[in-house]
Design a protein around this ligand. Structure first.
Ligand code: PEP
Ligand code: MG
Length: 577
């Protein structure tokens, strides 16, 4: 079979060689060994290989990033040369007559516990390094010789079994032609970032066993088709597709400078979602009006410690200055779920999306979170910053979070540091609890932004990362749509605005419904902005309202999706000025 079909999650055409990134399972089992000497040898060989890898990464870092980043890896090399560590591992192999993986894991856990219990903060942070170096050795022992980074020497298509959001965030867009991953769906954060970077992405559950390093292949991020063997005819077809994709983009460019307004005058703010201040350029390039969602957790990833107040202040200030007075909605830290940050030492959970995540973690670590709130308030003196809280489920949480803002404002006043006294504060509407209590919340915030990615997963009880139950994960489900309507109604009745910043904001077939129920702002990956503007310009608000009425009489996702996809024709042809 030369053509296989996966789940398309980011559009675009990719043709190129495969770079295989296979992460080996972290599970380590105890295996009894007879020959302990050769097991010790195996450990020594893996340790030396690990040092060699670190040496390469270190000199790479020195060239590309700088001395500070490189020093982390040279410290890791030193730790791997430490006799205490080497002797302890050898001792466990000897005593327990066990495999080297098990021995390294034992020593790792023992030393991590010791480091973590120390009073000295510097020593406590060494726990993370110990985990890192031990896991590198374990990976090598298990046969994974890749160095754990995505260092491409030439343009390639990445085929991975478990690509993390942090992997996608640090990708070099010049060299990554496309991504094929074994897990996740359209709202996994790895996919969201790929869309923002304009990288084609398809999910296929067996992709790493069907491909080999260096293999030439092509895929279509719109249809999900993957061509495992290329002949000249297929290559020609893909070239044509690529040309058509580029031509469509060129056509959309003509909409720059026009309004996102329906034929009968209903205007929607089209905003961009970003994960770093440099992403603002993509939003401006696509003529986005504002920033509807800055996922600040990405500032905390791919590093060994949290960003300082100053670093964050600069990122937020830069972002708002670039937007020249247009709104910049900055969401406070939303770590957890599929977004992991090792140095925060969050224990592994059975259900991370239902656990210690986002506002829950921040309210539990107030001193840590305060750094971000200070940076945000300070930056608010330089632009139109709005603060937004993620994952709110109760009024208590919202009030505690707002209390912290007031406390920091007091501090800044005392320190005579400028900030915007009337900075707007809003919340993500992404849990059923928040949607049901929208009438109450609407009296306590300045705006709502609907996070459909989570709202769907929590309403339908479907893990947004789990392909096996993805048929239940639908933005067309009437239960989800009723919540969205309730949120927009409550916002209107209380004189605040409601927008959408989840991926459903850019779902073309749903745009008439968003117009019909009076959504004021849609925030999306910058690459979608002009397509959605084109769609809005083809609509009439009056017709959309009638359509919405009809949709809310329907009872199944299938019925609603069919109705919206069949009415996808333009209903008004009035030209936009
Ligand atoms: C959402 O849940 O819709 C959202 C925008 O937040 P995130 O995807 O970062 O969870
Ligand atoms: Mg969310």
């Amino acid at each position: 079979m030369n053509t296989i079909k996966g789940l398309p999650v980011s559009s675009g055409i990719a043709v190129g060689k495969v770079f295989l990134k296979k992460t080996i399972s972290e599970k380590i089992s105890l295996v009894k060994v007879k020959d302990q000497e050769s097991e010790k040898e195996r450990f020594q060989t893996a340790r030396v290989k690990a040092i060699r890898q670190l040496n390469e990464i270190c000199s790479d870092m020195l060239h590309t990033k700088g001395e500070q980043e490189a020093s982390i890896f040279s410290a890791h090399m030193e730790m791997l040369k430490d006799f205490e560590f080497i002797n302890r591992v050898a001792g466990v192999i000897e005593e327990q007559k066990c495999n080297a993986e098990w021995a390294v894991k034992n020593i790792r856990d023992e030393l991590v516990e010791i480091f973590e219990s120390m009073d000295d903060e510097y020593m406590r942070e060494r726990a993370m390094d110990m985990k890192d170096i031990s896991n590198r050795v374990i990976r090598i022992l298990k046969g994974d010789e890749s160095d754990g980074t995505l260092r491409l020497a030439e343009p390639a298509i990445i085929a991975a079994n478990d690509l993390a959001p942090s992997d996608t965030a640090q990708m070099n867009t010049e060299l990554v032609l496309g991504i094929l991953n074994e897990n996740g769906g359209p709202t996994s954060h790895a996919a969201i970032i790929a869309r923002m970077l304009g990288i084609p992405f398809v999910v296929h559950p067996q992709i790493t066993s069907l491909t080999a390093n260096g293999q030439l292949l092509a895929f279509d991020g719109e249809t999900g088709c993957i061509e495992l063997e290329l002949d000249s005819e297929i290559l020609f077809q893909y070239q044509k597709k690529q040309e058509a994709f580029i031509e469509k983009k060129r056509q959309l460019e003509k909409l720059k400078g026009t309004k996102s307004i329906t034929g009968d005058g209903y205007e929607i703010v089209l905003a961009g979602n970003i994960g770093a201040s440099k992403d603002v350029d993509r939003v401006l390039q696509q003529d986005g009006h504002s920033i509807g969602l800055f996922r600040t957790e990405f500032l905390y990833m791919n590093r060994t410690e949290a960003p300082t107040e100053e670093e964050q202040f600069i990122a937020y200030k830069e972002t708002s200055e670039k937007m020249q007075g247009n709104p910049v909605i900055i969401r406070t830290l939303d770590i957890g779920g599929d977004k992991e940050v090792d140095y925060l030492n969050i224990p592994k959970e059975e259900n991370p999306f239902l656990g210690y995540r986002a506002i829950r973690l921040c309210l539990d670590r107030i001193a840590f979170w305060k750094v971000q709130i200070r940076a945000l308030l300070r930056a608010s003196a330089y632009g139109n910053i709005h603060i937004m809280f993620p994952m709110i489920v109760s009024l208590d949480e919202l009030r505690q979070a707002k209390c912290l803002i007031e406390e920091v404002k007091d501090e800044l006043r005392n320190e005579k540091i400028a900030f915007n006294e009337s900075i707007p504060v809003g919340m993500m509407m992404e849990t059923p609890a928040a949607a049901l209590m929208a009438d109450v919340f609407a009296k306590e915030v300045d705006f709502f932004s609907i996070g459909t990615n989570d709202l769907i997963q929590y309403t339908m009880a479907v893990d947004r990362m789990n392909g096996k139950v993805s048929h239940l994960y639908s933005p067309y489900d009437p239960a989800v749509l009723r919540f969205i309507k309730r949120i927009t109604d409550c916002a209107r009745e209380n004189g605040i605005w409601a927008g959408i910043c989840g991926e459903a904001a850019a779902e073309k077939a749903l745009i008439p419904l968003w117009v019909g129920i009076g959504v004021k702002e849609l925030s999306m990956s910058p690459v979608s902005i002009l397509q959605i503007r084109e769609k809005i310009q083809s609509l009439s608000k009056m017709d959309c309202e009638k359509l919405a009425e009809k949709i809310f009489t329907m009872s199944t996702a299938r019925e609603i999706e069919d109705a919206l996809k069949n009415t996808n024709k333009p209903v008004s042809n009035r030209r936009i000025p």
